[in-house]
Design a binder for this molecule. Structure first.
Ligand SMILES: [Zn+2]
Ligand SMILES: [Zn+2]
Length: 257
């Protein structure tokens, strides 16, 4: 069906911000996670340690996901996966097989973590319901109705960190992941309906593996995007929030795209 024939309401995407804090849960914000609902699919982007609780607080059914996408292998971005898997094993069985996309080594790290946190559990049953898929920098993947692209972000070495572009229905959402300043991100984000950008620091401009607000503000005009919103909000940014002139996300916020 030509998308012009689909009512505008159905072509919309909804984004629910579940965790908008940094690794330190600054200001009591949950660590990384948000949901994209569009074109009949539900995607969880990032799974910080508190993700299961955040989903339940904001009435998002954990077992009703089509896809989980993880940007990199820091605990505040994937440390919640074992709790989700535990939920699927004991509390709410997956309604359909679930694909988990992320950088290389995500699958092995996830099972290592699961074995440390819940030793002796029989993982065979849950493994058969999951499909891990690697996305490399520069690659584009089609997963069902979702087109995913990635570029490497300057954040971790040797592990790979990604910025991610999600195209679904008629909408494009770009997520910076955790990143230092990256000129390539400007082009990568171009044309996005929504650009979700990390903003961890304010004064600490010497830390080159995260973005700071003055740097983002300096480059803001380069981003040709419909709407830009800041997440991964750190203590320094909260302390200077009156000086922040770009929209900031908060836990539980819903965005119509
Ligand atoms: Zn982080
Ligand atoms: Zn990180």
């Amino acid at each position: 069906m030509n998308s012009n024939h689909i009512p505008a309401r159905k072509r919309r995407a909804k984004v629910t911000m579940l965790g908008t804090g940094d690794a330190f849960a600054s200001g009591g914000r949950a660590q990384a996670g948000f949901i994209i609902d569009a074109a009949g699919a539900r995607i969880l982007m990032e799974a910080g340690p508190e993700i299961l609780g955040a989903m339940k607080r904001h009435a998002v059914r954990p077992n009703n996901l089509d896809l989980i996408v993880i940007s990199h292998l820091h605990g505040d971005h994937f440390g919640g996966l074992p709790f989700l898997l535990l939920e699927y094993m004991w509390e709410s069985r997956l309604e359909r097989p679930l694909t988990i996309v992320g950088p290389r080594n995500l699958e092995s790290r996830c099972w290592r973590l699961m074995k440390i946190l819940f030793p002796g559990f029989d993982l065979a049953r849950i493994k058969s319901r999951l499909r891990f898929v690697v996305i490399d920098p520069g690659a584009t993947l089609q997963v069902g109705s979702v087109k995913l692209s990635a570029i490497r972000s300057p954040h971790t070495k040797p592990d790979i960190s990604l910025s991610l572009r999600v195209e679904i229905g008629s909408k494009t959402i770009v997520f910076s992941g955790d990143t230092g300043w990256n000129d390539a991100l400007v082009k990568f984000a171009e044309g996005a309906d929504l650009f979700i950008c990390e903003c961890t620091y304010f004064e600490s401009r010497h830390l080159r593996f995260h973005l700071n607000y003055p740097e983002i503000a300096e480059h803001r005009g380069k981003f040709k995007v419909g709407r830009m919103i800041l997440t991964h909000i750190g203590r320094e940014v909260l302390n200077h929030r009156r000086q922040v002139n770009i929209e900031m996300a908060s836990d539980g916020m819903q965005l119509a795209v």
